[in-house]
Design a protein around this ligand. Structure first.
Ligand code: EPU
Length: 421
């Protein structure tokens, strides 16, 4: 297993180009199963989660070609069964259920297992499929969904923890080919849902309201091939904003959608950093010290859970006491004990991290536990004294395209050590 070694104390400056969004690209690639015609998707990031999705599409029988950031998929004839060996590596595999159900009226996909960021049920996805007249059963570790005919209806997909991003996408994909009108109340309004809806619309779907909490889908008989560019990754961008605030003098992010980052840029400016925000670039001016901030993660347009760990790293060096409350995945705090090993002063009270800023962090061997937790540890390593060794970096490769090279391009000193047992 690779590890990343960060030599702390280098200052960051310059430009970094943000890649296409992982969480947009995954359901968009799954949506190519809705048609037998070729689809061409640009700005697909080179990440292990994307490779897993392409493997699933190939396994299902689609022709997949990849040239640099462009992926072409033609799903002329597809099977409807995605077995455990190929879906177990990634929870987002579950988003092939919707398109397979839409097109073939049946799908069988191995159920995603537990996950370190908390229990990750798919009950809301199934609630939506049932509302479309499908039957759903769990058999031998697989979830099986099938219908004689999919019929549009009105449903509410809001759960106890708020709306569901992949659940909204999954049901929206199935509903594009259902008979009649589907209304999803309590829909997720994340930019990734809007990007998926835009792609589906290019394929011939009739969708209104994406980006709001109520999405209307009028079913059509069939969809056709389409070409689409995935939106910039707002979480990768946010991670570089935090890196720049922590360790930068002047860092500019290119190919961002600044509107998608409002909650994050607000938090960073509240922490005392000057930002120059344009439509598709953001410049951060580091000043060596953050002011304390009180944050609550919420569904979009609130502060994203996927930026919570990185903000904990930033606030661990703030000039006072901050708090970060997680409402989307209340157990998503694996980074806390690792940050504490680096000298951070953080106390967990239920789903709230109380962070008392310290004047220095010290490098240590730390263990990456999930994607965003790993990123937080690399960020902390940038400003820690000495050397931070982040183990199990396959987590980070799931969601950040060349993070080590991009940070090195800004002046960080980072090594990747390959194939450690
Ligand atoms: N939930 C349910 N039932 C469901 C589905 C979700 O109770 O059927 C709960 C979850 O347990 C959670 C909340 O609803 O408490 C929100 O989960 P959601 O379904 O929105 O998460 P997701 O769609 O599985 C996506 C991203 C995550 C991101 C969340 C929230 C992808 C591939 N993943 O997951 O991204 O944290 O939305 O914004 O799009 C990451 O990139 O690091 C990552 C974990």
């Amino acid at each position: 297993m690779d590890k990343i070694i960060v030599h702390g104390g280098r200052s960051l400056a310059g430009h970094v180009k943000i890649s296409g969004s992982k969480n947009s690209a995954l359901p968009i690639l799954a949506a190519t199963l809705l048609t037998r015609e070729p689809c061409v998707i640009h700005s697909v990031p080179d990440l292990s989660d994307i490779h897993y999705m392409l493997q699933i599409l190939s396994h299902l029988g689609a022709q997949v070609e990849r040239a640099s950031g462009t992926v072409t998929v033609q799903a002329d004839k597809v099977s409807t069964v995605a077995p455990y060996e190929i879906v177990r590596k990634m929870r987002a595999s579950v988003c092939v259920l919707g398109p397979l159900l839409g097109r073939h009226k049946e799908a069988r996909v191995s159920l995603p297992g537990g996950c370190v960021i908390g229990d990750r049920p798919i009950d809301l996805h199934l609630k939506g499929f049932r509302a479309l007249n499908a039957a759903c059963r769990v058999e031998g570790g697989d979830v099986k969904v099938f219908a004689d005919e999919l019929r549009g209806s009105t449903m509410d997909l809001e759960g106890r923890q708020g709306p569901t991003v992949l659940g909204t996408g999954n049901v929206m994909m199935a509903a594009t080919l259902a008979e009649g009108m589907t209304i999803i109340e309590g829909a997720a309004a994340e930019p990734e849902v809007v990007d998926l809806a835009n792609f589906l619309t290019k394929m011939g779907a009739k969708i209104e309201g994406a980006g709001t909490r109520r999405i209307a889908i009028e079913g059509v008989k069939e969809l056709h091939g389409a070409e689409h560019s995935v939106i910039p990754d707002r979480i990768e961008a946010g991670t570089f904003l935090v890196a720049a605030a922590l360790a930068g003098t002047e860092v500019t992010l290119r190919r961002v959608n600044a509107e998608h980052l409002n909650a994050v840029t607000n938090a960073i400016s509240e922490a005392g950093f000057r930002l120059n925000i344009q439509r598709d670039t953001i410049t951060v001016f580091g000043n060596g010290s953050a002011q304390p901030v009180h944050l609550i993660t919420e569904p979009y347009p609130g502060f994203p859970t996927d930026m919570q760990a990185q903000m904990c790293a930033l606030l661990s060096r703030a000039n006072g006491s901050s708090s970060v409350t997680e409402t989307v995945f209340p157990q998503r705090f694996m980074h806390v004990s690792e940050l504490k090993r680096m000298g951070a002063d953080i106390a967990l009270e239920g789903a709230t991290a109380r962070i008392s800023g310290v004047t220095r962090l010290s490098g240590a061997p730390v263990m990456a536990s999930d994607l965003r937790a790993s990123a937080a540890l690399v960020l902390a390593g940038l400003i820690a004294d000495g050397t931070t060794e982040v183990n199990r970096v396959y987590h980070i490769d799931r969601g950040y395209e060349s993070i080590d090279e991009k940070l090195m391009g800004l002046g960080a000193e980072i090594e990747r050590v390959k194939n450690q047992a």
